[in-house]
Design a protein around this ligand. Structure first.
Ligand SMILES: CC(C)=CCNc1ncnc2c1ncn2[C@@H]1O[C@H](COP(=O)(O)O)[C@@H](O)[C@H]1O
Ligand SMILES: [Zn+2]
Length: 317
């Protein structure tokens, strides 16, 4: 590994990711050998370098992965592999999302206790939280296919969730022409926004949407490779990371689906740096500011900040 790659790997990081979208090549290999009768090939579970797909085609990939991951045993292996891979990539705190499916034993109550003990036993230095993606209305996932359903049907349920003290991260303006929906959902306001690709006026959003996000200081979760491969952003240099970065607005660089999009978090930080000319110090600040955006309580944030302080000399050696 060259020095630059070492810097990005050593850089401590936090993020959100989708569990089944994060399954690596090696883990897919194990799953395929467990279920040869499905005749699934690697090309069906990942989008390689230089490849682009439509959003619909991307969502098809998840259906294939869901076929491979359909028992409690599969889920536990996948979760344990994904967590170890993120830890090896320097991720210190991870919010892993998963959508409970019809198959039983694929939910948070199965995964969470098992994973906590697995992490302890293997001594990996990573704090993992599970976020449940809730199916609130037919054919609409909270963090699901953005082209289906309309947010207004979700509002009452989301308000209720928020009033109960739940934290909300909403995939918002992931596709164009959702001004009205984005506007309604921003009034909640959500605690974080996933993607927010089409919020700003230059891409068909509006200044009033931007103003709401800024006024409430709602952090954005930005996923460069996911958006370029899913073709909602034409190329890295046109990614909206730069718009929000220039505003000084809090954003967290995330992988979204590291398995499907063949990336990892180090690579995403490196891409942001090389595309937008950020220094190692700028990148360090980004990773540090992300701590303020996580859903864990204040004491966890303080512990992570302390860890960043301790790691700084090592990363900038
Ligand atoms: C299609 C594309 C460009 C994906 C990137 N952006 C995404 N946008 C919305 N929902 C997503 C995205 N990536 C993953 N998901 C959700 O996460 C699920 C996979 O992870 P899991 O089964 O929840 O463990 C998918 O079925 C989908 O509902
Ligand atoms: Zn996502």
């Amino acid at each position: 590994m060259d020095n630059e790659a070492v810097f990005y790997q050593d850089l401590p990081k936090v993020l959100h990711a989708h569990l089944n979208g994060s399954v690596s090549f090696q883990t897919i290999e194990k799953l395929i050998s467990r279920k040869p009768q499905l005749n699934i090939e690697h090309s069906m579970t990942a989008i390689g370098k230089g490849q682009r797909r439509t959003l619909d085609e991307c969502f098809e990939v998840f259906k294939v992965i869901h076929k491979l991951v359909d028992t409690e045993e599969d889920i536990l292996m996948v979760a344990s592999d994904v967590i170890k891979e993120f830890a090896a990539d320097g991720v210190k705190y991870l919010e892993l999302r998963s959508t409970p499916r019809e198959e039983k034993d694929t939910g948070k109550d199965v995964i969470e206790p098992n994973i906590h003990s697995a992490c302890k036993n293997e001594g990996v230095d990573i704090d993992v939280r599970f976020l449940v993606t809730v199916k609130l209305a037919e054919d609409f996932m909270l963090s699901g296919d953005p082209t289906v359903g309309h947010g207004k049907y979700l509002l009452p349920a989301l308000e209720k969730a928020k009033n109960c003290g739940l934290k909300l991260s909403l995939h918002l303006s992931e596709v164009p022409s959702q001004l009205e929906e984005s506007d309604l959902l921003l009034n909640l306001p959500p605690d974080r926004i996933g993607h927010g690709t089409f919020l700003h006026p230059e891409v068909g959003g509006s200044q009033s949407l931007v103003d709401k996000v800024v006024k409430n200081s709602i952090p954005l979760e930005l996923c460069l490779t996911s958006n370029v491969k899913g073709q909602t952003v034409p190329c890295y240099s046109k990614h909206h990371f730069n718009y929000w970065y220039q505003l000084g607005h809090p954003s967290v660089i995330c992988t979204d689906d590291k398995g499907v999009f063949c990336t990892d978090l180090s690579q995403e930080y490196q891409l942001a740096a090389s595309t937008f000319g950020l220094s190692n110090e700028d990148i360090w600040k980004l990773s540090q500011q992300a701590i303020d955006c996580i859903f864990a309580p204040e004491d966890v944030k303080q512990q992570l900040k302390q860890k960043w302080k301790e790691l700084h000399p090592q990363v900038f050696k």
